[in-house]
Design a protein around this ligand. Structure first.
Ligand code: FRU
Length: 488
């Protein structure tokens, strides 16, 4: 199918059951379907939306173009879970069927009020000359699972001083008042976030721009999120248009955060330290957080990026979400840990404890697993793990102790893609690497270094038979304990 504008803006409701079933068959026959990640039944998934806890369940929606692996007319797709591990596909939640969201129900967030989950999102519209106009809209999910859209937009005009790149409201509540940050672009084409206030979630007042020290930092800030942890304020956003700088900013778009004092709402001032990327891997964007009933701050990201072709495209689908992670603050940095509930998925266990010299340890295999490697003692210059490996393929994570660096190399990970953005990602590590935790699914890996001080999230597309897991050292020895659990 040629992805003309007409085809990208075709509605799922217009397509015959036959066309949909044959697309579904094509998707299901894909060798790279994931097993424990949220992925679209067909078509393209992007940002997580409306992540929340309501009526005894976690709700997680995502941006969805049903008809193919391209960015077209976006719907919200609904999934829910009682345990953050098993997710049920509920179906379409928000359809782009009103004048104010005619060209896409774009990203947004969820908040519970009066026994309803309020979903605030951006209605994307285009006129006959394809000029964009964004609206902010509201839909309400009730306890019976019924979704009703508020009949008119709750914010209809972009305030003076900003372009039509104005989207992705994230709502929170403080002392009985609701606030929302929205991602924006100033008229000089620099990115920022703006702040709104509401008493009832339906009528919103523009308070102004959130002042930060990042005056010229990319051309658009997408998917902002503001929350507080340990009495600090955290502003998370996905800036577009940053140039690579050393090991940083090598993906097409970035996502990261500022830690600071709690947001001064009156002055709309956010006093903060420097910007940090949230993830060091190849495929991570537009994350969103929520507060769990037990107080944990949870994050899910889109395991993908726009404007890059992925190997699954030919099977009619693209992308998935990350596993849920718990955020904590440590020395003014966010650390991300796989949520504790994920240990429920652990199946058969294997592992070893030994000192590795020159010989490569090649005694474990797996294609869907969690692995924890603890480094007890290391004289070697470097230590590495090769996984999803065979004679021709391998994905390599290497810790270079001399340079204090961790590097993920996917140059031999299988079917290649996105190579114009490089085939390895590195970052400096603060102190020694003591623990490496991997979550490997059919076509992805999420790597947590030192309990989430650094995270590498990446898609990989190896052959199903590439299942070796190897450990090696260069120059010296390393004493390690390795535990591995099959996840299917
Ligand atoms: C980020 C984003 C959002 C927008 C959505 C559209 O990936 O561009 O800014 O709301 O995707 O699908």
């Amino acid at each position: 199918m040629e992805w003309t504008r007409e085809n990208r803006y075709k509605r799922i409701e217009e397509v015959s059951q036959e066309t949909l079933s044959s697309l579904k068959m094509k998707v299901e026959s894909c060798q790279w379907r994931q097993t424990f990640h949220i992925q679209p039944p067909t078509g393209l998934l992007n940002d997580p939306n409306g992540f929340s806890y309501f009526n005894g369940e976690y709700h997680l929606f995502y941006q969805w173009f049903p008809l193919g692996p391209v960015h077209g007319l976006k719907y919200w797709y609904h999934t829910k879970s009682t345990d953050l591990v098993h997710w049920e596909n509920v179906g379409v939640a928000i359809k782009p069927n009103k004048e104010f969201d005619s060209h896409g129900a774009y990203s947004g967030s969820g908040i519970v009020k009066d026994d309803k989950l309020y979903l605030m999102y951006t209605g994307n519209t285009r006129d006959e000359n394809w000029v964009r106009k964004p609206y902010q809209a509201m839909a309400m999910l009730d306890k019976e699972g019924k979704i009703t859209k508020y009949p008119t937009p709750v914010i209809s005009e972009v305030p003076i001083g900003y372009t039509d790149h104005f989207r992705d409201p994230k709502v929170w509540e403080l002392n009985g008042t609701y606030y929302a940050v929205i991602g924006a672009q100033r008229l000089d084409e620099s990115g920022c976030v703006v702040l709104y206030e509401s008493k009832d979630l339906l009528s919103w007042d523009f308070l102004g721009e959130v002042e930060t020290d990042l005056k010229q930092f990319g051309y658009m800030w997408e998917c902002p999120d503001y929350f507080e942890l340990d009495d600090k304020g955290i502003l998370l956003f996905s800036p577009q248009g940053l140039e690579p700088e050393g090991d940083r900013y090598h993906n097409i778009y970035q996502s990261g955060y500022l830690v600071g004092e709690t947001l001064d709402i009156e002055q709309r001032r956010f006093t903060h330290k420097k910007f940090h990327e949230l993830d060091r891997g190849f495929d991570f964007y537009a994350p969103q957080t929520m507060k769990a009933p037990d107080g944990r701050r949870l994050l899910v990201g889109w395991m993908g990026l726009p404007e890059i072709e992925y190997p699954t495209d030919e099977n009619g689908w693209a992308h998935c979400l990350t596993i849920p992670r718990e955020l904590q603050l440590k020395d003014d940095r966010l650390i991300q840990k796989p949520v504790a509930e994920l240990t429920k998925s652990r199946k058969e266990k294997s592992g070893f404890a030994k000192t590795i010299h020159h010989d490569v340890q090649n005694e474990l295999t797996g294609t869907h697993f969690e692995l924890i490697c603890e480094l007890q003692d290391m004289s070697a210059a470097s230590f590495g793990i090769e996984f999803r490996a065979s004679a021709e393929e391998k994905t390599v994570l290497e810790y270079n102790k001399e340079e204090n660096k961790i590097k993920l190399d996917r140059s031999l990970s299988g079917k290649s893609f996105g190579e114009e953005f490089g085939t390895s990602r590195s970052c400096l590590i603060n102190g020694d690497v003591k623990k490496i935790q991997l979550f490997v699914d059919t076509s992805s890996v999420e790597i947590f270094i030192n309990d989430g001080e650094e995270v590498f999230t990446s898609r990989i597309f190896p052959k199903p038979e590439s299942d070796e897991i190897r450990f090696y050292v260069n120059g010296g020895h390393a004493t390690v304990t390795v535990e591995k659990w099959d996840l299917i």
